[in-house]
Design a protein around this ligand. Structure first.
Ligand code: KIV
Ligand code: ZN
Length: 534
């Protein structure tokens, strides 16, 4: 393999590094839904998890390897510390994948060596070499990361990389673990690696970076100019602390400005050929899916996928765009799959029309999923009459959500108003199939509903985020509710969509409680799992 690939490899770590942010925890089925969508998006590598971290992570990597890791599918990867047991778990979980990769790592900065690893440089060098060779005994595709590379003494970094490549690493990843570096420094670091690691031509140079100073994407683009050919990123930039470099920002920067980047990849400046394998029309849908399933909302002004990213408020801008889009728009919204919000279906539309439109929108549902979604569609169409593409998307995303079905909302009834005390009655079906009803008074209708639900479920928790967004304009719009709640040190999210926002609020809350309840039922305590994650 050579360092000079003629395009950029997109390594998606939404399901590993992305899932590490508080509240983003996904169950196995949800990870699979996202992995399938990442494959449709066209990512080259999916880091499906950290197989050794927990039995759930192991199963998720294995299932994604089985179902998404097909001949023409992406490479499926598992993270592993430079420890034999981690590498063995990764290799075992990845067995079903046609194209698999072990990604092993060890810290190399002096501060990590002294306080975290308590090891000398010589020891780390030996471990890196030995564990890369061990991973190589399971598969040919091995990635090595010197963690905290951006704060590592360059001379030591060169040595570690040389030894890892000699031991068989086919990709060497340079992480800015703490999001500390600046673009010119990061570019110079990649240049230094190319100039000082004698066998660097035998490996792809990858970059990984966190967004603590908001510089991750800029750092990566400078790294590309200096020879990096794999970018490790997440959908919506989710991840540890301030997140990871955002996939959609990187891909669209490389697409919109390809004439600028082409020469760095040895292409003629005017080449129209894409610099990545990503199908950009899948970007918006992937972003919505990840946001709904993780409960991590996308800020309205987020580049590329934020609600305002293509909205023109000022009169001067609107006037310009009406005359010629290019006056104020550097890319077409359709390029990221943002369709016009057309009215497409109504209350009399049948299953065939429903299925056909979903297909056109790029949703591939199983028969069971389609049946469930169709029932929901009929319910919504009865109330709303005209159903748009965005409504359809909300219905489908809501239906394919895979939160454990432990408690189920059977009835929600509220009484509120200017001179009334907000009161709610709820009936929930418990995991044992019993129907329990309770009532409560709150400061508002949602508060009353949540108090009534708490009386039934009885797991103390703290609501830390509650948001309602309308899917379309209009008084009869579907409302999407996203909530996050804290239980001890862990955060759980819930999401639901309904034309009645009180019902959506109840369902989103029960969704999150179900995740919390399911995690209490598993052997491993949630804190133990988090502690093992990187
Ligand atoms: O941020 C980091 O350093 C990581 C490594 C495991 C690549 O996530
Ligand atoms: Zn990371």
């Amino acid at each position: 393999m050579t360092n000079k690939t003629d395009r950029i490899i997109i390594f998606d770590t939404t399901l590993r590094d992305g899932e590490q942010c508080p509240g983003a925890t996904l169950n196995i089925d949800e990870k699979l839904v996202i992995a399938k969508q990442l494959a449709r998006l066209g990512v080259d590598v999916i880091e499906a998890g950290f197989a050794f971290a927990s039995p759930g992570d192991f199963e998720a990597v294995k299932k994604i390897a089985q179902i998404v890791g097909t001949e023409n599918g992406p490479v499926v990867c598992s993270l592993a510390r430079a420890i034999k047991a981690d590498i063995e778990a990764a290799a075992e979980a990845l067995k079903p994948a046609v194209n698999a990769r072990i990604h092993t790592f060890i810290s190399t900065s002096d501060i990590h060596l002294e306080y975290q690893l308590r090891k000398s440089r010589a020891e780390v060098l030996a471990i890196a070499e030995e564990m890369v060779a061990y991973a190589k005994s399971f598969m040919t595709d091995v990635e090595f990361s010197p963690m905290d590379a951006a704060r590592t003494d360059p001379e030591f970094l060169y040595q570690v990389l040389e030894r890892a490549i000699a031991a068989g690493a086919t990709t060497v990843n340079i992480p800015d673990t703490v999001g500390y570096t600046t673009p010119s420094e990061f570019g110079a670091m990649i240049k230094g690696i190319i100039e000082n690691v004698p066998n660097i031509d035998q490996a792809i140079i990858s970059v990984h970076g966190h967004n603590d100073l908001g510089l991750a994407v800029a750092n990566f683009l400078e790294a590309v100019k200096n020879g990096a050919r794999q970018l490790e990123c997440t959908i919506n930039g989710i991840g540890e602390r301030a997140g990871n470099a955002s996939l959609e920002e990187l891909v669209m920067a490389l697409h919109v400005r390809r004439q600028y980047f082409n020469p760095y990849l040895g292409r003629p400046a005017d080449s129209q050929e894409s610099l990545t394998n990503i199908d950009t029309r899948q970007i918006y849908k992937t972003s919505r899916l990840v946001s709904n399933l993780t409960g991590m909302l996308v800020q309205p002004n987020k580049a590329i996928v934020g609600a305002n990213a293509f909205a023109h408020e000022s009169g001067i801008h609107q006037d310009g765009v009406l005359k010629n889009k290019l006056t104020y728009e550097i890319m077409d919204a359709q390029l990221i799959g943002l369709t016009d919000n057309q009215i497409v279906l109504g209350k009399h539309s049948g299953r065939n029309a429903f299925r056909t439109r979903l297909k056109e929108l790029g949703f591939e549902l199983s028969d069971t999923e389609l049946n469930k979604a169709f029932v929901r569609f009929k319910e919504v169409a009865d109330k709303k009459k005209e159903i748009s593409d965005w409504d359809l998307e909300a219905i489908v995303n809501d239906e394919i959500q895979q939160a454990p079905d432990l408690f189920r909302v059977e009835l929600v009834q509220v009484s509120c108003g200017s001179n009334a005390r907000p009161t709610a009655t709820v009936t929930l079906r418990t995991p044992d199939g019993e129907e329990l009803t309770d009532a409560a008074i709150g400061t508002g209708p949602v508060d009353a509903v949540y108090k009534a639900i708490n009386r039934v479920v009885n797991v103390p928790n703290q609501l830390i985020e509650f948001s309602v967004q309308s899917v379309t304009g209009g008084i009869d719009a579907i409302g999407e509710v996203t909530i996050r709640l804290r239980y001890e040190s862990k955060v759980f999210s819930g999401h639901a969509a309904n034309t009645d926002i009180i019902v959506a609020s109840a369902q989103a809350y029960v969704n999150a409680l179900n995740r919390l309840y399911a995690s209490l039922q598993t052997q491993q305590k949630p804190e133990e799992v988090t502690a093992q994650k990187v």
